[in-house]
Design a protein around this ligand. Sequence first.
Ligand code: NAP
Ligand code: MG
Length: 405
Amino acid sequence: MGKIQMTTPIVEMDGDEMTRILWKMIKDELITPYIDLKTEYYDLGLAHRNETDDQVTIDSAEAARKYGVAVKCATITPNAARMEEYHLKEMWKSPNATIRAALDGTVFRTPIIVKGIEPVVKTWKKPITLARHAYGDVYKNTEIRVPGAGKAELVFTSEDGTETRELIHQFDGPGIIQGIHNTDRSITSFAHACFQYALSTKQDLWFATKDTISKKYDHHFKDVFAELYEKEYREPFERAGITYFYTLIDDAVARVMKAEGGFIWACKNYDGDVMSDMVSSACGSLAMMTSVLVSPDGIYEYEAAHGTVQRHYYKYLKGEETSTNPVATIFAWTGALKKRGELDGLPELEDFAGRLEKAALSTIEAGKMPKELSLITNLENVTVLNTEAFIKAIRETLDEGLMKA
Ligand code: NAP
Ligand code: MG
């Protein structure tokens, strides 16, 4: 059987540590034997980001803009320890933050549901999709460590020179201050992305902020959503039989715990970061969640929601056995392949991506799984597999499925 052909490359953003190891195994075992893979490769591994003064991250975002579909491996966001470990010239920014800022998108994260791994929240019957605004707020902040007594003010100078001032705090000793922002343009595109995703997946949309405390900042998010809904989305929502619902973030958290699932929960940037980790953990694992960044002009970047799994990598380097879950990284690849297939009219490519996803899930349902899932499954007679053996087991399931077809 010949390999599946592609017409347009996928932008491939390689990454760090254990996920970089997974990346190669997944390509070698589950993708290139079946697809004549076309990618434009960018090495976002920390060493290469450092060599290129992080230009490679910017270039990869540009390439995503050019081709429309990217797949990204988890990457290290440097901190003080990493400065030493990798002899960095600078504490480079989070690549995700750079890419999100360049593409100005919304991140949609959905738990991957599999038989045998039940959500800890008993009422959840269907997945809850988190829609995370991916621009601004604390991720684009400016901070000052206040050394001692003094006055902190918020000043906005308009282009004609007019100043608007607000007192933040009269310090009588040391402290801290932080400035954050967002733009109407970004909030509006976030709202459009959420409404459109709800329509395309026929699911209710919830949105929540802390507008009772943040009477201008958070309240503005609420207003933008409400206005847009009335103007453009009320009718299509009613026709689709779905609803838009706004509530306070605390109320949303309480309701989510009693809900059945099957809806989209839109969150501001920070809330979305934290809540998506909570939802995925409650569904079993950070590695059982899909994540895609959708930009307002239709660029899709697929990734895993977890990090580089550093502790496993150090074990791997010592030659010890690891059992790292590759499912989220596999689904990042299948998401990108499916989208490429859809955009380029390649049903075979879409079909293959679907089969690979099914093979990964059937392997788990057959009782073969990485360690972290074996600890929470209600299946009996489970076989715990190491990183490589699990990927090979998925390949066997995939081949069996392909033989039958
Ligand atoms: P992490 O890599 O997500 O890992 C946290 C812990 O979760 C791991 O130690 C592991 O627990 C478990 N885990 C996560 N993914 C797993 C998988 N696929 N299979 C099995 N277990 C898994 O987060 P972190 O340790 O906080 O961060 C490590 C690095 O990743 C940092 O440098 C951070 O900057 C970066 N990061 C990158 C991204 C991204 O690129 N999207 C996101 C978050 C963090 P056990 O060790 O107990 O087995
Ligand atoms: Mg997070």
